[in-house]
Design a protein around this ligand. Structure first.
Ligand SMILES: Nc1nc2c(c(=O)[nH]1)N=C([C@H](O)[C@H](O)COP(=O)(O)OP(=O)(O)OP(=O)(O)O)CN2
Ligand SMILES: [Zn+2]
Length: 120
């Protein structure tokens, strides 16, 4: 069984390592759409894997570090590609919500990254 919880946050960034002239060299912004997936068996009494409200309570302070921020100024996100943001989120969320199984981050309606944790 897999459940999910969605969030959004707005942030500015630029990609410092792209060549001169690349559109992402310029500071620009996105409304990021984040989906967190959790895997497990529903608790026989409560009927859920984890309370959606508990997910929100745990994740909110982490997303506050990103929302309406310049991502390049966030420690660990000096090169804030979608790929790096999903890894950063995984490293923050997995220790407090161990049933986290996958992160999907959409940067635009047509672009994003999916991360399931480091390969073993
Ligand atoms: N592999 C990656 N490629 C790109 C990233 C990234 O994080 N990982 N980031 C960007 C830009 O930040 C931005 O997301 C632009 O992406 P793009 O999909 O090109 O945006 P558009 O609005 O131009 O998309 P279209 O739907 O194709 O118009 C770039 N690449
Ligand atoms: Zn961008």
């Amino acid at each position: 069984m897999e459940i999910f919880k969605e969030f959004t946050f707005d942030a500015a960034h630029h990609l410092p390592h792209v060549p001169e002239g690349h559109k992402c060299k310029q500071v620009h912004g996105h409304t990021y759409h984040l989906t967190l997936f959790f895997t497990g068996e529903p608790d026989p009494h409560l009927g859920w894997i984890i309370d959606f409200a508990e997910i929100k309570q745990c994740v909110r302070p982490i997303l506050e570090q990103l929302d309406h921020k310049n991502l390049n100024e966030v420690a660990g996100l000096e090169n804030p590609t979608c790929e790096h943001i999903t890894i950063w989120l995984w490293q923050k969320i997995k220790p407090i919500l161990p049933s986290l199984s996958k992160i999907q981050l959409r940067e635009t309606p047509t672009s994003g990254a999916i991360y399931c944790g480091p390969s073993k």
